[in-house]
Write a protein of this length. Structure first.
Length: 363
């Protein structure tokens, strides 16, 4: 990794803040759809233009309009991560302290936040913008790492690394294409805005999720028999796409049910529910196979990404997959406890009907 001068180190540290300002300006000025969502129990009108913001950011980055080279986010990654952490602390302090205190401990209020929704002038929702920042920077990191790798190796580059970067861009574009679905998730409706959420959106998600590229963009192409390239690359893509079909399908089925309770998903998966007269649980289709089958899909996507890099014994290549596996196993159990409190006996009945947590027939 090239060493940075003092001025470059300062610029690298400030890079997340600069990108934050640019993306916020794009989010405010670019045309947006205005759609209704919910802030826990009250309706709210959201501005959605994440895809337009991301495309504009890619154009700005591709033509180096910021003055930074294409590979800058890979070159500056350590300093940029430190800068993102500092930005997260500042943003958390500003958002948490401006809201009224409650009866929880000060530390819990700082970490989890005091309010569930924060809105600024011109229709900017803090949560939705931070997701735009996270997804946008994640995509830029993938593109930047691929550009750095190509600058090093040219025609001898690792084509699997380009596939890996393309998977991340797909991941980000998919999120923005279905941006409205996010409005119906627990994160938007229930989660408070504190250091945990802000750090996740500004540092962890955009800069550490593509960590496989941190340790492999500077490496030459793996020594894999060219005759095995179709199996290697095709197999990686197939695993990734299978995961995407599961995750996107599960999320879209639940989204469709929340908006149109009587509609059959994809025209043939009829909604089957369990209810106690007050609350209702969807238990057909994807959600009749496992209680968090969407997590399984994301794990398959991560597995496909790790395989695509081709450095099968490199710990960096597997770091995201390992992290996500641990994260989802823990989150599944946390979510299960929340749902048990929320739904009571109804959740017990759903557990009996759908006994598997994430992987049908296995776990």
């Amino acid at each position: 990794m090239p060493e940075l001068t003092t001025m470059q180190a300062v610029a690298a540290f400030l890079t997340p803040t600069a990108i934050f300002a640019i993306l916020l300006a794009l989010h405010v000025v670019l045309p947006a759809r205005r759609v209704e969502g919910y802030t826990r129990v009250t309706p709210h009108l959201y501005r959605l233009n994440g895809l337009a913001v991301f495309v504009a950011a890619l154009v700005i980055w591709r033509f180096e309009l910021t003055g930074a080279p294409l590979g800058w986010l890979w070159i500056a990654k350590w300093h940029a991560f430190a800068g993102a952490v500092a930005l997260s602390v500042v943003m958390a302090a500003w958002i948490v302290l401006r809201a009224p205190a409650d009866d929880r401990s000060a530390l819990i209020q700082w970490i989890e936040g005091r309010t569930r929704n924060v809105h600024f002038g011109r229709g900017v929702d803090a949560k939705m913008f931070m997701y735009i920042f996270g997804g946008g920077v994640l995509g830029l990191c993938a593109v930047s790492s691929a550009a750095y790798h190509y600058d090093l190796y040219g025609e001898a580059s690792n084509v699997g690394l380009f596939l890996h970067a393309a998977m991340w861009v797909w991941f980000v574009v998919d999120y923005f294409v279905f941006e409205r679905v996010q409005l119906f998730t627990f994160d938007i409706i229930e989660e408070r805005v504190g250091l945990k959420l802000i750090f996740g959106c500004l540092a962890l998600y955009p800069l550490l999720y593509p960590i496989g590229l941190w340790g492999t963009a500077g490496l030459p192409s793996p020594d894999i028999d060219p005759a095995l390239h179709p199996l290697w690359l095709g197999g990686s893509a197939a695993v990734f796409l299978l995961g995407w079909v599961i995750t996107r399908g599960a999320n879209m089925q639940k989204y469709t049910f929340k908006r149109f309770p009587e509609r059959a998903f994809l025209g043939f998966i009829k909604p089957v529910t369990m209810t106690d007269g007050k609350r209702t649980i969807l238990c057909s289709g994807y959600w009749g196979r496992a209680r968090h089958v969407n997590y399984t899909g994301e794990l398959l996507e991560a597995l496909g990404m790790a395989l695509a890099l081709g450095h099968f014994t490199n710990a960096w290549a597997w770091a995201y997959f390992v992290y996500l596996t641990i994260f989802f196993i823990v989150r599944d159990r946390i979510d299960d406890g929340r749902c048990a409190l929320k739904y009571g006996e109804l959740w017990t009945q759903y557990r009996a009907k759908t006994p598997y947590r994430m992987v049908p027939g296995i776990y």
